[in-house]
Write a protein of this length. Structure first.
Length: 230
């Protein structure tokens, strides 16, 4: 295991923007010029609080398995009907406060909610195929409601208000966990993360580190900008 203090992790401390960093991430961020909503309409529904999303035929043909609603000034997740085949969904840079209306997207493997106003992890229990969950730069205070996401490979929670590591022990396939820029005071409760190769804990309030030596696959540990005494 390598403890790194200066080199960048796979996710750094901020948004995942670079398409080349992984094949699955590339699918969401480099799908083409119309992915950003050029042919997407949000119309009123019988539920006034939730608009219904409609895509043009061209959009559905070109990007049948992915949908980007980045920078659409959304305050809620719209109702997404007839898109059960979606595998990649991007809600980056909106004002969403709660994860909802996506429980029907059971083929989803990539969900990006970076830079929103989400306070609680919820609404994901049916997404059992999800492999990448990006929730960086939100207002989340607690790691919770991940019980059914046993296929998770990447969990990014950087830039939130999380005070302790918990409720992740069942994520035995998780390879990357990013908790940089939170309010963590100690490192523990890592048992069960037998596939974890990268753990980013930069910019927290950590004074003690435990359980790290029990992670059999850990290769990169990032602990700079904490209060650990040597």
């Amino acid at each position: 295991m390598k403890t790194a203090t200066t080199s960048l992790s796979a996710f750094g401390d901020s948004s995942i923007q670079t398409p080349s960093k992984s094949r699955i991430r590339q699918g969401c961020h480099s799908a083409g010029p119309n992915v950003s909503g050029d042919h997407i309409n949000l119309v009123s529904s019988s539920m006034p609080s939730f608009p219904i999303l409609h895509r043009s035929s061209e959009e559905k043909i070109l990007y049948s398995d992915r949908l980007t609603l980045e920078r659409q000034k959304l305050t809620v997740c719209p109702i997404i009907d007839g898109e059960e085949h979606l595998r990649l969904l991007n809600f980056q840079h909106n004002f969403i406060t709660r994860i909802q209306n996506i429980s029907n997207l059971q083929r989803l493997i990539f969900l990006d909610l970076y830079d929103n106003q989400i306070e609680e992890i919820s609404g994901l229990s049916t997404l059992r195929s999800l492999r990448v969950l990006l929730l960086g730069k939100n207002r989340i205070k607690k790691i919770s409601n991940l019980e059914n996401l046993k296929s998770l490979d990447v969990l990014d929670l950087h830039g939130n208000q999380i005070t302790r590591i918990e409720n992740v022990n069942h994520l035995c396939d998780l390879r990357v966990l990013n908790l940089a820029r939170n309010l963590l005071g100690q490192v523990d409760n890592l048992n069960g993360l037998d596939s974890l190769t990268e753990l980013n804990l930069r910019h927290n309030q950590i004074t003690s580190v435990r359980d790290v030596d029990t992670l059999p696959c850990l290769q990169r540990l990032f602990l700079s900008f904490n209060n650990i005494s040597r």
